[in-house]
Design a protein around this ligand. Structure first.
Ligand code: DGT
Ligand code: CA
Ligand code: CA
Ligand code: ZN
Length: 572
């Protein structure tokens, strides 16, 4: 098996971790870390350099000792020193040290105090609250560790869009920095802004593909190189996420971008359309015989095929080609159209900031209104409010609105829908609110019929306004509960209620298909962040992305309405 720079870098990093856990001299530890960075950033494989007779001890930070270790890795694929240390320090500790936010010092503390030496044992201990018994560890640290471990477990699955962004953005920046690279863009489901991404498809224009690929596979995060040619390469990142890279000439850029953006179903329809005109469409261009009649841009491909440009989000072969033909493509809602947020939490339940702080953050975003929706009394784990507390909050908001300028705080509540379909607060109290967000937070396992009935019964309450996160799914964690959303949407339209599009990257609930269904029914969709902090308001863009995939225009979205019209839309 060929040894790549990434493997050598990984071995040095592991060595540094284990030495640090052992309490080794920090300078020696740092020397291995620096060497890992140097080798990871080499333009060529160290193996090839050694074969060509290069003296690696001339590289920055690499002395004779490290040069000898690189040679040992290249020759044997392993390091004697590392194997020796692994007999003293359980190898699992280096896995633990790789959990973001943990690091060697904390791993050592955990191992010394609790004898934990695997990721599994670490997770069990965090769940049982054993870590917080150590000094310097709190409940928050435990939660962070569990969150990070959940990401580790999810590695075989599709990544949420936000996680894919965290991987793609630095990677694309790195690729753009490679000599000779003109354009670098992520195509595939990522460009279509799908809620989850299976792998990244990166498209690059450059003359010398082999040179670009040599640098691509030397990226620090690359774990395994699956394939490596002169125009394409596939790697598996250390996070076990796959990246496909294609290098194309500029004349083919548009055609390649079109092809690799997909979806496959959309591509196939357009290829058929080309064939009907006696042409051929592939990743190199649109061809009439051997003549390339389009291919430099996506726009010219659509134009030649007598279609207006179709944005990537819509390319799913769900009617967008027919709509394009008729000139009836939706003009998708954008972040600028949004005038406020209708679902957020404050310190009154499980949020981090006060009403005032949330309102000011909303105002900074240019919003005209912000609805405060703290939890109702049954949500004891999420700090649900008592009737008295909500009554006091209502007064507090009235007073605050007297003071605040340029933003209106709306009185609301995330009211639990109890298993029998009753709402968690009295009608008298609910009647004092501007609107409600009513959600299911328990009894997920009812039959489809019962679950649907439960929500319909709740909607019969005149104080019901918006159904929160309508299917309860958590991407990669919890499937949706069984419910007939079409029936719920029909009922909502009849009663003047709405179904939320929750913008949390783990929820995106309702999904794109149901957004389109709502649009077809003429049911406006509120897009809400369910923010638990001021930063949480940022998640609106994921809701906008999903809404676009569901064909929603500004007029289809409830919170694009100005305040007066919104209040009317709430009224029943
Ligand atoms: P993913 O990665 O599962 O989230 O979804 P995509 O859409 O990114 O799919 P992927 O990575 O397998 O392929 C990227 C694009 O390449 C895909 O959207 C369309 C194009 N493509 C892949 N295979 C085919 C094929 O067999 N025929 C056609 N026409 N296009 C294909
Ligand atoms: Ca992909
Ligand atoms: Ca792919
Ligand atoms: Zn909720």
């Amino acid at each position: 098996m060929p040894v790549h720079n990434a493997d050598i870098a990984a071995a040095f990093r592991r060595l540094a971790d284990l030495l640090e856990i052992e309490g080794e001299n920090p300078f020696r530890v740092r020397a291995y870390r620096n060497a890992a960075a140097t080798v990871g950033g080499l333009p060529r494989d160290a193996a090839g350099m050694i074969a060509d007779g290069a003296d690696l001890s001339e590289l920055p930070g690499i002395g004779d000792d490290l040069a000898a270790k690189i040679a040992e890795m290249v020759e044997k694929g392993s390091l004697h020193l590392l194997e020796e240390i692994e007999t003293r320090v359980p190898p699992g500790l280096s896995d633990m040290a790789r959990v973001p936010g943990l690091g060697p010092k904390r791993v050592k503390a955990i191992h010394d105090a609790l004898g934990i030496d695997t990721l599994e044992a670490l997770e069990r201990a965090a769940r049982k609250g054993r870590l917080r018994t150590l000094s310097g560890f709190g409940a928050k640290t435990e939660k962070n560790i569990l969150d990070q471990l959940a990401r580790f477990e999810g590695v075989e699955k599709r990544l949420r869009l936000i996680d894919a962004e965290h991987i793609a953005e630095p990677l694309v920046a790195y690729i753009r920095g490679i000599d000779g690279v003109k354009q670098a863009v992520v195509a595939g489901s990522y460009r279509r802004q799908k809620e989850t991404v299976g792998d990244l498809d990166i498209l690059v224009t450059a003359k010398d593909g082999a040179a670009v690929i040599a640098r691509f596979v030397a990226y620090d995060e690359v774990g395994d190189i699956v394939s490596k040619g002169t125009t394409r390469s596939t790697v598996m990142l250390k996070s076990r996420f796959q990246v496909d890279l294609r290098v194309v000439p500029e004349v083919s850029y548009g055609a390649a971008l079109f092809y690799f953006t997909g979806s496959k179903a959309h591509n196939i329809e357009l290829r058929k359309r080309a064939i009907r005109r006696g042409w051929k469409l592939n990743e190199y261009g649109l061809f009439e015989g051997d003549d390339r009649i389009a291919g430099k841009t996506e726009e010219e491909i659509y134009e030649k095929l007598a279609l207006p440009f179709i944005v990537p989000q819509l390319r799913e072969n769900r009617g967008e080609i027919e709509a394009a033909e008729k000139g009836a493509l939706p003009d998708l809602v954008s972040l600028q159209d949004i005038r406020g947020d209708l679902h957020c939490h404050t310190t009154a339940s499980d949020g981090k900031y006060s009403i005032r702080e949330m309102a000011e953050a909303a105002k900074e975003r240019g919003y005209a209104y912000l609805g405060i929706t703290d939890h109702s009394k049954s949500q004891t784990v999420a700090g649900g409010m008592s009737e008295d507390e909500l009554a006091a909050q209502i007064d507090e908001i009235d007073a605050l609105n007297e003071e605040l300028d340029g933003i209106r705080v709306l009185k609301s509540c995330e009211v639990d829908i109890l298993s029998d379909g009753k709402l968690d607060f009295s009608d008298k109290l609910l009647s004092r609110l501007d609107y409600t967000v009513c959600s299911i937070h328990g009894a997920f396992n009812l039959s489809r019929e019962k679950q649907t009935e439960r929500v319909l019964r709740a909607m019969d309450n005149p104080h019901f306004t918006i159904l929160g996160h309508s299917t309860g799914r958590l991407i990669n964690q919890r499937p949706p509960y069984d419910i007939d959303l079409e029936a719920v949407m029909d009922a909502a339209r009849e009663r003047g209620c709405y179904l939320e599009l929750n913008a949390q990257p783990s929820r995106l609930d309702i999904d794109d298909i149901h957004c389109k269904m709502a649009r077809d029914l003429g049911l406006k969709v509120p897009i809400s962040t369910d923010a638990h902090s001021t930063d949480g308001l940022e998640m609106m863009r994921f809701g906008i992305a999903q809404a676009g995939r569901g064909w929603l225009e500004a007029k289809d979205v409830l919170n694009t309405l100005p305040l007066e019209k919104l209040l009317k839309a709430f009224g029943r």
